[in-house]
Design a binder for this molecule. Structure first.
Ligand SMILES: [Zn+2]
Ligand SMILES: [Zn+2]
Length: 382
């Protein structure tokens, strides 16, 4: 058997206020059932609403019931219709009515909600109120949805899986009224308005806190640490070959960067200094080089002539060894001596690390050649 709807709150036309069933029963004289003109809501009186009467019960909770003679038009109350669409209760309808009225009477674009537009969606899983805030509201989100939930668990689940929450840049304020007493429901000023205003200021505080410099910095640090962890995990997952390839890529990138720095016009004067250093070193190694060249070009020994180079070889050795072989040995020694001389080694060193040499020269003058690179930080230019 389908239960007939019973109200716990009603509008008393004679008192011009919302009353609870207990208040009405207290006003009744003895067993006289009359308790003034009772309606579902003030706004529904007298044509579109539900006329009510109070029922005192002993075996169950007392309640307001719809007037028996008015069953002809099945509940014209529009708030009750919304409650039915949302598969909600009469208490929901009551709170919805009060809240809708409260927001409807609000001025546009004013504290605290800065309403640009307000809608009252009626679909089952739609919020109950959707406020679009004015552009100059100073709020960080564009819309606020208010959702009232009493007994529709599915609807509650959809909206409160995360308490009050922000989705994209829209905020959802969910008000669960199941635990409200009749007195609280009848007193929207306290249970409704205060509740909404409290949630609203808490939300704004939380938002300000979230966007404070300290909180922003803290989040940035956490984000950076998280990234580092991810990179570390990616590194240990790599094979030795992948790591080698990565190092090669890094090396190529670095060489490319160094070339760009060395080609920069500002770098040229330091390169000149390095080249001059090389020239000085070449001058120093000239005697040794000349000696090597002289040995290379010497052909006297082919004709069995004892040249100046062979003259230094002890007679005993010279007597039993081929002149050609001896001459080669002498050339070998001279070449080794040249290669191991300080100027030669230094020249090699400079040529292998031109970038480092140029950088050192510039640094002596207080200049960092890396500054000449257009995009030193990221390393990928052009
Ligand atoms: Zn009504
Ligand atoms: Zn010779």
């Amino acid at each position: 058997m389908k239960k007939k709807p019973t109200w716990e709150i009603a509008y008393s036309y004679s008192l011009d206020r919302t009353v609870t069933i207990d208040q009405v029963l207290n006003m009744r004289k003895g067993n006289d059932p009359r308790a003034g003109d009772l309606w579902c809501h003030k706004e529904c009186y007298p044509n579109t609403g539900e006329r009510l009467l109070s029922r005192r019960c002993t075996d169950r909770e007392s309640y307001f019931a719809s007037w028996p003679s008015e069953h002809l038009h099945q509940s014209a109350c529009s708030y009750f219709s919304v409650a039915k669409t949302k598969r909600e209760t009469l208490n929901y309808a009551q709170f919805y009515h009060d809240m809708r009225l409260y927001f409807s009477q609000m001025n546009l674009n004013e504290e605290p909600f800065f309403i640009k537009e307000i809608e009252f969606p009626t679909a089952l899983y739609a919020p109950d109120i959707t406020i679009t805030h004015s552009e100059d509201s100073g709020l960080r989100w564009s819309k606020t949805h208010i959702v009232i939930v009493d007994s529709n668990k599915k609807r509650e689940k959809k909206f409160t899986h995360n308490g009050h929450f922000m989705l994209d840049d829209e905020y959802y304020l969910v008000i669960k009224i199941s635990e409200f007493t009749r007195d609280q429901l009848a007193n929207f000023q306290r249970t409704g308005i205060e509740r909404i205003e409290l949630s609203w200021s808490k939300l704004k505080d939380a938002e300000d806190e979230y966007h404070s410099p300290e909180a922003t910095r803290k989040r940035e640090i956490e984000k950076a640490q998280h990234l580092m962890e991810i990179r570390y995990l990616q590194t240990i997952k790599k094979t030795p070959q992948q790591r080698q390839e990565e190092r090669d890529r890094e090396r190529q990138k670095e060489l490319k960067r160094q070339r760009t720095v060395l080609e920069h016009p500002e770098t040229q004067r330091f390169i000149e200094v390095v080249k001059e250093n090389i020239r000085v070193l070449e001058k120093k190694q000239r005697p040794l080089l000349a000696e090597v060249q002289a040995i290379e070009q010497c052909e006297s020994y082919h004709n069995g002539v004892l040249c100046e180079h062979l003259a230094g070889v002890p007679f005993e050795k010279r007597r039993i060894t081929d002149y050609g072989f001896l001459h080669h040995e002498i050339l070998d020694r001279a070449q080794t001596k040249l290669a191991q001389s300080y100027p030669a080694r230094r020249i090699q060193e400079i040529k292998f690390n031109l970038y480092g040499e140029v950088k050192a020269v510039a640094e002596e003058q207080g200049i960092n050649i890396d500054d000449f690179h257009p995009n030193f930080e990221s390393g990928d230019q052009q």
